[in-house]
Design a protein around this ligand. Structure first.
Ligand code: ZN
Ligand code: ZN
Length: 247
């Protein structure tokens, strides 16, 4: 108890932190720059979701399981996708601070959200590999760390599922914001490369990322994993999902 107290005291004195959402001073034993009040504001998706891609659908939570229009027309090659919450408000602030401002300790609560959704809405049983969505070396140098890999490492520690590290991004694609679905697909074509694919043969994998926007990146990697890696199942797990509001 005293050890924890002195640790917090030392932190408050030597390394004062502010909450990335409300900017109040925070002290906690894990040096996480997020206050308890803002942690409580991080909300899960409160709508029924598409049983394939996980996008929120109109209606209330008691609505029967349904597929969205994209999944009904077979848009995605992955089998299932799950996200903890909508990419908005406090959750979006936390993810941006983590990704772009180098607040690495936020990986602790964000990996906790991944674990929560993984346990509450399970994907296929017996997952063999976690595959973090890779960033290009130029992006890694800009940010100074691999934000998805760090989340994957924490998630792997909690679940005991190993990380597959031989998926690489060898083309630095331009930002996808503002592009149509078709342009996004063209932009990503050939951007990823798979090595050691023998380790994936008939395996069940989870593709892990911070945010799913249109699903184009997950879809592109998933096609590669199915075609070259011959995996038997691809699930996608993200902290947040960019989606339109129904309320
Ligand atoms: Zn706060
Ligand atoms: Zn869907």
């Amino acid at each position: 108890m005293w050890k924890g107290f002195f640790r917090c005291l030392a932190q408050a004195t030597l390394f004062p932190e502010t909450c990335v959402a409300c900017e109040s001073w925070v002290v906690n034993r894990d040096f996480i720059p997020l206050c308890p009040a803002c942690s409580q504001l991080v909300a899960p998706i409160r709508h029924p979701t598409c049983c394939v891609c996980g996008i929120p659908l109109p209606g209330n939570l008691s609505a029967p399981l349904a597929e969205c229009r994209s999944c009904h027309s077979g848009t995605f090659s992955f089998h299932q996708a799950r996200a903890f919450g909508p990419f908005e408000k406090t959750l979006a602030q936390i993810i941006r601070a983590y990704k772009f401002a180098g607040r690495k300790r936020l990986s602790i609560p964000l990996a906790g959200l991944l674990l929560r959704i993984f346990q509450e809405k399970p994907l296929e049983n017996g997952i063999d590999w976690i595959i973090p969505v890779p960033s290009h070396i130029d992006r890694l140098q800009e940010r100074g760390f691999d934000h998805v890999r760090l989340l994957a490492e924490r998630f792997a520690r909690s679940t005991g599922i190993p990380i597959f590290t031989s998926l690489k991004r060898h083309i630095a694609t331009s930002p996808q914001v503002g592009l149509s679905m078709k342009e996004r697909r063209r932009n990503l074509r050939g951007a990823f490369r798979l090595n050691d694919q023998s380790q994936l043969f008939k395996r069940r994998v989870i593709l892990l990322d911070d945010v799913m926007t249109t699903g184009t990146t997950a879809n592109e990697i998933s096609r590669l994993l199915l075609r070259q890696g011959h995996v038997s199942f691809v699930g996608v797990l993200t902290v947040a999902r960019a989606c339109r509001r129904f309320t």
